[in-house]
Design a protein around this ligand. Structure first.
Ligand SMILES: Cc1cc2nc3c(=O)[nH]c(=O)nc-3n(C[C@H](O)[C@H](O)[C@H](O)COP(=O)(O)OP(=O)(O)OC[C@H]3O[C@@H](n4cnc5c(N)ncnc54)[C@H](O)[C@@H]3O)c2cc1C
Length: 431
């Protein structure tokens, strides 16, 4: 096994959106950067619906023009439906309270992730594909990292590490072992890509469609002229109790919902069904002396509000800024910097988690689906759903007011609920 001092200031592990954004930002700060990615790109990834707030991050790292030129489907809004077809709500991002958050993109992740990685490379980051990091150990004023790639096994020492290895990594550093207590029940997703899913004409054809089911939900995301990403999220317990193969479970859930039958009647899968299980967690500490976690490596939660890629790019950029500042001062991260990064990422995530909790709560969902909630509360919510998770006062009080109305709804029926309830997931069709 070869052993060498890396000539790089920072090793970024993982070439997904978090890693590429971190690397691009590090290059903007003038730090020499190595990205190692275990896969060959392009590679399949789920998570195709982006948020308008993500455009700001892409602009800051100089990648927005490339994304706009890549021909991805523009996303101007989102539609929420009840499973039995008894109610729906359409959100247009341009109606939000915060200006400049009018659109995002629906992307085929294989292309999008490759584009971002190429962008980091174009800014001067060295990229090693098909190279897996097996261990990271603190040593002196840096890290000793064991990796294996096409050129064999190697150990390098490098001052800084950004761990952006996503959800499904085997790489476990000490800080990744400690998790926050779970906020949500264990959920999982069953998904595929389909042909033949009908779309609304014009700009609304680019919307994400979300159908709320009993204990779960379903997404419909157009990813190019032909293909649509479709998936069902359910509880792990519900999936196990149904005892069905993923494809059968999926078809059963579609058959059990009036709305899904209407939306997916003509759908034909173009690939096998994937399953991602048990996917909600948050690490306790997101930064140590010279190691920072970004993206899903830091935490991941239910993707109802399409927050994952935004959180990945935003935290990747924030991690790079943090590293660049301490590197310039030739020191470790201070305890205050570590705490502030951890809190800031979790505060951001906490806004989405509150929205997710409201989505799963029957009473809060009734309020969410009402249009319009007075005093521009609906417009404030649209901006938050667009990803504006740094709550300025006008958004903060409206979000608080929304959560308060949701609580009141439990005791006094302020908002009426449509008569029929959603069909249970996995149950045979009835409606
Ligand atoms: C079912 C489902 C639906 C989702 N829907 C959406 C959505 O609609 N919109 C949205 O924004 N988000 C969505 N997400 C979330 C989104 O996919 C993730 O949040 C996002 O991909 C995180 O980016 P990342 O860069 O942190 O991690 P990843 O994209 O997972 O990238 C991590 C990279 O690290 C590499 N890697 C791992 N271990 C190693 C190692 N040891 N050495 C070298 N390389 C390594 C991997 O190969 C991978 O390329 C969804 C997630 C799920 C599960």
């Amino acid at each position: 096994m070869r052993s060498a001092d890396s000539s790089h200031d920072v090793l970024v592990i993982g070439g997904g959106p978090a890693g590429s954004c971190a690397a691009a930002r590090l290059r903007q700060h003038g730090l020499s950067t190595l990205i190692v990615e275990k896969c060959a790109f392009p590679r399949f990834s789920i998570g195709e619906s982006l948020l308008p707030a993500g455009n700001r991050v892409l602009a800051e790292i100089g990648a927005l023009g490339k994304v706009e030129a890549a021909g991805f489907i523009p996303k101007f809004g989102a539609e929420f439906h009840r499973a039995d077809g008894s109610g729906s709500k359409r959100i247009a991002f341009r109606d939000g309270l915060v200006p400049g958050l009018g659109n995002a993109f629906q992307v085929e992740r294989a292309r999008f992730d490759a584009l971002l990685l190429d962008h980091a490379r174009a800014l001067g980051a060295e990229v090693r594909m098909k190279t897996t990091v097996h261990s990271v150990e603190r040593e002196g004023s840096g890290h000793r990292v064991a990796l294996a790639g096409p050129e064999g096994e190697q150990v390098i020492t490098v001052p800084w590490v950004i761990d952006s290895t996503g959800r499904e990594t085997c790489l476990m550093t000490q800080q990744k072992r400690a998790l926050e207590p779970p906020v949500f029940p264990k959920r999982m997703a069953v998904y595929t890509h389909c042909h033949g899913v009908a779309r609304a004409p014009g700009a609304e054809g680019g919307n994400i469609l979300i159908v709320r089911l009993d204990g779960g939900w379903s997404w419909i995301i157009p990813i190019d002229a032909e293909r649509t990403s479709v998936g069902i999220v359910t509880t792990v317990a519900g999936f196990r109790a149904a005892g069905l193969a993923p494809e059968v479970f999926f078809q059963r859930a579609v058959a059990g919902s009036v709305k899904l039958r209407e939306l997916l009647g003509g759908a034909t899968p173009t690939m096998g069904f994937h399953v991602t299980s048990d996917y909600s967690y948050f690490r306790r500490e997101l930064a140590l002396g010279r190691l920072v976690l970004a993206g899903d490596a830091a935490g991941f939660f239910d993707p109802i509000f399409s927050s994952g890629v935004y959180m990945a790019t935003w935290s990747g950029k924030a991690a790079a800024d943090l590293v660049a500042k301490a590197h310039a001062a030739n020191r470790d991260l201070t305890p205050l910097e570590r705490r502030t990064y951890t809190r800031t990422v979790k505060r951001h995530a906490g806004i989405f988690q509150k929205l997710i909790a409201a989505f799963y709560d029957d009473d809060a969902f009734d309020v969410f689906m009402t249009e319009p909630v007075p005093c521009d509360i609906s417009r404030g919510l649209i901006s938050i759903v667009a990803g504006h998770a740094e709550l300025t006062w006008p958004l903060w009080w409206r979000f608080r007011a929304f959560l308060l109305i949701c609580r009141l709804q439990r005791h006094w029926r302020i908002v009426k609920r449509p008569a029929a309830g959603p069909a249970p997931l996995g149950a045979p069709a009835t409606g």
